[in-house]
Write a new protein. Sequence first.
Length: 581
Amino acid sequence: MIGSLNDEIDIFLSSLTGLEESSFNQIKERYSSTVTDDLSKGHLTTNVCMIAASQLKKNPKELADKLQRKLIDSRKFEKVETAGPGFINITLKREDFISTIDNINLQSSNFGSSNHGKDQSIQIEFVSANPTGPLHVGHGRGAAYGDAIGRILKSSGYKVQKEYYINDAGRQIDILTASVFIRIYEEGLKGYFPKNAYKGSYISDIAKLFKEKHKPGNLIDSRILIKDLPQDEEKEIDELILRIKNKENKLWIKIKSFALSKVLQTIRTDLENFNVSFDNWFSESSLGDLNANDSKISLAIKSLKNKGLAYEENGAIWLNTIDSGDDKNRVLIRDDGRATYFASDVAYHKDKIDRGFNKLINVWGADHHGYIKRIEASIKGLGFDKEKLDVQLVQFANLYKDGNKVKMSTRSGEFFSLSDLINEIGTDAARFYYLSKQADQHLDFDLNLAKADSKENMFYYIQYAHARICSLLTKYINENSSMPKMATAVANGSYKNCDKLIHEMSKYPNVVSRASSSLQPHLIIFYLKDFAHFFHSFYNDNQVLTESKENIEAIIYCLNAAKIILSNGLGLLGIKPIEKM
RNA sequence: GCGCCUGUAGCUCAGCUGGAUAGAGCAACUGCCUUCUAAGCAGUGGGUCAGGAGUUCGAAUCUCUUCAGGCGCGCCA
């Protein structure tokens, strides 16, 4: 119905004298017709007169009066009123007003989806946690967010690919391998354990599995490996890694791939349990080696060199990122010939762009924001539009249990893992709380609240509405064997108690489209909370099943639509609606 | 020092490309279960939207500035 209103408005605009085409287009661009906040303002409202007035330097109220007359003459609406500083409020004809519930019931699980992103492909890269241990609570937020915007964009018609970037080529993996190595040989090494190695119990588990499967023999000389290691904890572990690689190279490679696959398996399982799926897992190591001339990483750097953006200084290769707004240039290849993490990332982003996506979304932890400029610079340097890349920052979540902050650190092994969280409150409640606040804001995740039985707990408040509807529908079906096909009593206006609910439902498509264009799933959560409130209020005021047969039929038809709204909204967040509680 | 983010009720937060009297939950106080799920509903009180200036018919929203808080600034990943 908004489309039909806008058509009338456009006709009105083009009938205005003294309106140039450029300002006509500007007005068209800027004005908006929306569903009103509440029924006291009618069903639809438009601010076009205020927008047009500022362009034309005319009185908005006079314009509104003119438009009002036009709209009344069109006979398309029940009532047209001017209000406030120049709003036009529209009351729809009854049949148009209730068309919303017909649409919802008809489109069912497709209601709210659109083809806004038709023929556009978006790639979302998220989580991408280093494969050095299980996912912790901090990763959960990025996982929930990336997955949710994936679902939302998909429902808006975009072709979406979700990707996990596996950092399997850096020093962190060496430390992981060394940690497992030490655990395998801990007896021979008399309990020695480097200060900077991973201490989590999963390391010992992996070591144990390795021993069972590969039955490794004794080391050639275990003591020499740990003799006179440097005191400094960073140097100690680096030296240890070097020694193991030299002395036990075959074993090293074997343990490395074993540990990596075990950790990745854990991560995949955690994500699966969290209802997060990826379409593609991309390994950093697949970018190849700097020594190979045709590897992706070599080619990317060569391309930057050819463009004169990468240069040599002090024995290292640098990328000029200052010209793109960074505060200093960055090293791609160290003076000892090893590539930096940044170099891999440049090659990785080149690869992603080469794959032909219209847009790339990176979901990063907020601590990486200093990194955005240089990655944009590299994209620009490679000859791509930096607008193609959209970095969404996700702030860390602090976890509170019984009023105390829960500490997190992968290194020390003292952390609350994502799977702990899932065990504690369940996948759906966890996803819900992660998404309940704008992603780039700090989130205090209160475990006690997430389990609470009160309205403060939005998750159950919304689910409760769904469960209550399901219960009513079940009762209805048991007595009538089939669902009603229309809402006659609501349509002819003899029963109006559902009107608020219907009006609220008509806002849903707009909410989804806003969530989609702003990449903010929390908008859906807050809408659902408001919607649940409208339902609970209705439920308290109306003893549904004691109404007349005709009214019951109409109400059930409306409530089925309400159920679809709740279920679709939760679905976009990757949450299953609860049928009974 | 530079960069990014934030400041809305006692607390936790919503607030749409600027729009109509600034919203919700919690906490406080009042009511509502012999009837479909009380994890619910209805009501009362509570605000200089951090301060100041500007743009505008109109500012919590945009711009500038001051103050306060958080984070980031490696040839780490």
